[in-house]
Design a protein. Structure first.
Length: 117
């Protein structure tokens, strides 16, 4: 007896924009929006790689619109920081939300990466 297999379709999830890269003088700003997790972290790595490729004097990661970041997101920021350091590019985090700031403190990341005033 053959059993019919149900057709399983993946729900179409609209691709959420979690990054925006802007250039102003010798600074590139990578703005993060919404949630950065295992599903969106690749877009963060791409945005940071784009910023690094521009070879600015400074990269600022703006966290004002970021509501959540997991360990993969922290890893992406560390990736960007380490590459920037190797290239002699300044690297700062800016304007974290309260929840994100708490994660940055608990992870110890703020002991290594500068928080812009």
């Amino acid at each position: 007896m053959l059993l019919a297999r149900p057709l399983i379709r993946k729900a179409s999830v609209p691709e959420q924009t979690v990054t925006r890269v802007t250039h102003a003088g010798d600074t590139v700003t990578v703005s993060l929006h919404g949630e950065v997790d295992v599903l969106t972290v690749d877009r963060v790595r791409v945005a940071l790689s784009e910023a690094l490729a521009a070879r600015p004097r400074r990269i600022v990661v703006d966290l004002a619109d970021l509501s959540f970041i997991d360990s993969t997101g922290l890893g992406a920021i560390i990736f960007g920081f380490q590459r920037a350091r190797d290239l002699g590019i300044g690297f700062q985090l800016a304007r974290p939300t309260r929840g994100v700031h708490k994660v940055l403190v608990l992870s110890g990341l703020l002991e290594v990466v500068e928080l812009a005033p």
